[in-house]
Write a protein that binds this ligand. Structure first.
Ligand code: UDP
Length: 382
């Protein structure tokens, strides 16, 4: 069969490869002038530092199959994400751990003492947290919430934390030991030469043709049997039900001599500081040496037409709209929706790859059973 895949990020590349290996002809288009979507990395011309052009990406997963898959396509170096945060002229360690708690309260708590302390300041009147703020108050109480989450979250999401789902906070743990590894996954790393060669390798197959700088138009559907759509779900339907909300990011780039902040990521919890974090990219490749440095101040704002969509907001209104689009997507013919934009979800790279592999096997099963290919795919768990 002939497939058209719209989008050359992880979702598009992984599906393309699976279909190509099953002897189908695959054309991948992308409106950008490069592959790899928001995972795109390239060397900064002036410093030679590996730049994560659309923001830093750290690969972390518990999924053996996904870890094996990406390692087949490039060399990963071990990398542990250790994030710091600044609040009122002090630097703290994230995710909230024993060091953070002891420093914040100027105590010398042991793990069990800290646990009792947090339980005593946490808001125990909240049974079932209905939103981000309630989840945080129940978890850590109002002071730690105000220092590390309220300001950051308001800047990041552009709304009150009471309007956000509790699930966003569940991404972050609270630890009663000195473990400051941001992710609790078994495998963690960054590709030695960045993400672009990994996706290049996935797409490298005789049955795959890539066409960059190419936007999708409806007439392209006519020349193929099936389309895999990894673009925005609402865009496929010409936004006819309304626009799903996204946050976009602006990165202000700086170059300097030496070391700017001594670490890869510094978050800023103060609401008055307009950026959410500063990332210094050479620290994402500690195996390299550079005399110069580049760093980026990251600002979050509402995604307007023409901006790059980063985070699906999924507030109550968006959820109503999303439901309408999903209903339409499920009955749409000759197209499959997949990925972060195609299913409108906050997804890490490993989940994106796992789902793309699952979509591919589902498509191949449908073909071998001579069924029509099902159109909407997502794992409810995410
Ligand atoms: N968050 C926060 N303070 C921080 C870091 C994260 O309040 O210093 C909140 C914020 O709402 C963010 C969410 O936790 O959107 C998830 O954080 P994560 O670091 O996973 O975000 P990502 O790196 O995906 O932007």
């Amino acid at each position: 069969m002939n497939f058209l895949i719209v989008g050359a990020g992880f979702s598009g590349a992984v599906v393309a490869r699976a279909l190509a290996e099953a002897n189908h002809q695959v054309k991948v288009i992308d409106q950008r002038s490069h592959i790899a979507g928001n995972c795109f990395t390239k060397r900064d011309v002036s410093t030679q530092v590996m730049e994560h052009v659309y923001g830093p990406h750290i690969f972390h997963t518990n999924n053996e199959k996904v870890w094996e898959y990406v390692n087949q396509h490039g060399k990963f170096k071990p990398y542990i994400n250790r994030v710091k945060t600044t609040y009122q002229h002090q630097v703290y360690s994230l995710p909230i751990n024993l060091h953070t708690i002891n420093q914040f309260y100027q105590k010398l708590f042991s793990p069990s003492e800290a646990q009792h302390w947090i339980a005593s300041i946490a808001d125990q009147s909240i049974d079932e947290p209905k939103n981000f703020e309630e989840q945080a108050l129940k978890f850590i109480g109002k002071d730690l919430y105000a220092a590390f989450f309220r300001g950051y979250t308001k800047k990041q999401w552009g709304c009150e934390p009471t309007q956000l789902p509790a699930s966003i906070l569940k991404r972050l743990p609270v630890r009663f030991n000195y473990d400051d590894n941001y992710f609790a996954h078994k495998y963690q790393g960054i590709p030695e030469e960045g993400y672009t060669p990994i996706i290049e390798s996935i797409l490298h197959h005789p049955n795959i043709e890539i066409q960059l700088d190419t936007s999708f138009s409806q007439d392209m559907k006519d020349s193929v049997d099936h389309v895999i759509w990894t673009g925005q779900l609402d865009q496929w339907f010409d936004y006819s039900e309304g626009r799903l909300g996204y946050r976009t990011l602006d990165f202000e780039k700086y170059e300097a001599e030496g070391d700017f902040q001594g670490t890869a990521v510094m978050n800023y919890g103060d609401e008055e500081i307009p950026y959410t974090r500063i990332s210094e990219h050479k620290h994402f490749a500690p195996w390299e040496e550079h005399e110069k440095t580049i760093y980026f101040k990251e600002y979050s704002r509402h995604c307007e037409e023409g901006d790059i969509p980063y985070y699906p907001i999924r507030l109550v209104d968006d959820k109503h709209l999303l439901k309408k689009y999903i209903e339409r997507a499920k009955i749409e013919q000759n197209v499959t929706f997949v990925g972060r934009l195609g299913t409108y979800r906050y997804m890490d790279m490993d989940v994106t790859i796992e789902e793309a592999l699952n979509v591919s096997s589902r498509i191949l099963t449908d073909i071998s059973n001579q069924n029509s290919i099902r159109s909407f795919y997502h794992n409810e768990a995410f």
